[in-house]
Design a binder for this molecule. Structure first.
Ligand code: FCB
Length: 441
């Protein structure tokens, strides 16, 4: 613990669509995920985010849980269609009021709110106009960010433009695992570029409207390996690496696209765009779970698909590979490539935890995972990575996108029938870790 910088931030993360529910309450408009949930095959078991954790109504209880954990910070997202039901134009006051209440109660609990402007729930009305494949989307986003900065900038200092750019663009526009479920190279490339433009515009708006704001973007980065280490999967891995790890960090922080993407995206790039995208940032938000594997597959949009981890590699609940060394290496690679402070904005472990007879949830698998990954974070810090904070994904079991409610990532268990919250063993472990870190500081 002695290697942690002073003021290291311990937090928990959530996102709007995954926890809020109240999908039709108080004037909220539909998002692309409401549509996805109603599309055959869109989500396992036809699950939807209609109710989720009902956080919209139970936020006070959830803030009390966070107070109990002793976290310094809470990372949440605003649902764009709750505050702008049609994505632009008429504002929904009831939606804006909800985030006022949430932010105020987080602050009253002595916790810093970290506001993420976009975590995947685009208003459906904007998708009907082409979504991120429409260049106007950068302007829609800038107007939405302006609304949030004006409304909450007096109380929120920490701002995040986007969560995991590459996941929602790749799975939304090329590999159809997420909303809007399109498979089209040109639309994918345009979405990449327009989301980058939106990010740049958002940074400028927040900087102008929120004096002293500390602004980051949240990137998922996972080492991409060719499945089976086979040479025929090497090009697949190189292209997936560009789409997954580089197409947002590089233009935003270095001012250029990686080589394969740069060649393909050229028709959509206008003079001055790269300068609009590459804006000064305060920190790098990293979401990391484990490495991923690529396999050549000519039947897909880009000629690659998801590969399997080596059969002997350790996995946890959801089948994701556990490789804490890859986490350390990623932190060191970000440090080498972008030379900036890092905040780990998501790290955690999914599974199908259920209560035992006494009602307790003894999720030792999650504690083991968190312990190993924390040890790797310390190694990276000792190796020179400037890590300023760590957020567990997630506070609550929630709607895990295409895999619905079966895949639980919470350190607090949620019974989705009764909405009862029960801290798991990992919640107690995390609270204790935070206490120990504070006393060592
Ligand atoms: C990340 C997402 C988050 C959650 C976790 C498990 O990719 O940002 O919403 O689904 O994975």
């Amino acid at each position: 613990m002695a290697d942690l910088p002073k003021d290291f931030v311990w937090g928990v993360s959530t996102s709007a669509y995954q926890i809020e529910g109240a999908a039709f309450a108080d004037g909220r408009g539909p998002s692309i995920w409401d549509t996805r949930c109603r599309t055959a095959g869109g989500v396992v078991n036809g699950h939807t985010g209609d109710v989720a954790c009902d956080h919209y109504h139970r936020y006070a209880e959830d803030v009390a849980l966070m107070r109990g954990l002793g976290v310094d910070a809470y990372r949440f997202s605003v649902a764009w269609p709750r505050v702008l039901p049609r994505g632009r134009g008429a504002v929904n006051q009831a939606g804006l009021d909800f985030y006022d209440r949430l932010i105020d109660s987080v602050l009253e609990a002595g916790i810093a709110p970290w506001l993420c402007v976009y975590h995947w729930d685009l208003p459906q009305a904007l998708q009907d106009l082409g979504g991120w494949a429409n260049r106007d989307s950068a302007g829609w986003y800038a107007d939405y960010a302006t609304l949030l900065a004006r409304r909450y900038g007096d109380r929120v200092q920490r701002w995040i433009t986007f969560n995991e750019f590459s996941v929602f663009t790749l799975f939304g526009y090329a590999i159809p695992w997420a909303a809007p479920g399109i498979t089209d190279r040109a639309q994918h490339l345009r979405a990449i570029h327009h989301v980058n433009l939106a990010h740049g515009a958002g940074v400028d708006v927040i900087r102008t409207l929120v004096p002293g704001a500390s602004i980051g973007a949240v990137h998922n980065r996972q080492r991409v390996l060719p499945e089976g280490g086979r040479p025929e999967n090497a090009e697949a891995a190189a292209l997936l690496d560009e789409h997954w790890n580089l197409s947002f960090c590089d233009p935003q922080l270095l001012g250029h696209y990686p080589p394969r993407v740069a060649r393909a995206i050229e028709p959509y790039v206008k003079a001055g765009d790269m300068a609009r995208i590459c804006r000064p940032m305060d920190w790098f938000g990293l979401n990391h779970y484990g490495p991923i594997f690529a396999r050549a597959n000519p039947d897909t949009t880009w000629g690659y698909g998801w590969g399997d981890a080596p059969p002997d590699s350790p996995t946890y609940g959801v089948g994701w590979a556990v490789f804490p060394d890859a986490f350390r290496d990623e932190l060191l690679e970000i440090t080498r490539r972008y030379r900036m402070p890092i905040v780990i904005t998501e790290n955690g472990c999914g599974g199908s935890d259920s209560p035992d007879e006494s009602g307790a949830i003894d999720d030792q698998h999650r504690i083991n995972y968190l312990r190993l990954y924390n040890a790797s974070m310390h190694e990276a810090i000792r190796g020179g990575a400037d890590v300023r904070g760590y957020f567990v994904w997630s506070l609550l079991d929630n709607f895990e996108w295409g895999s619905g409610y079966g895949n639980r990532f919470g350190i607090v268990h949620v019974d989705f029938e009764s909405q009862k919250r029960t801290p798991k063993a990992s919640a107690r472990w995390y609270a204790d870790l935070i206490k120990r870190a504070r006393s060592a500081a």
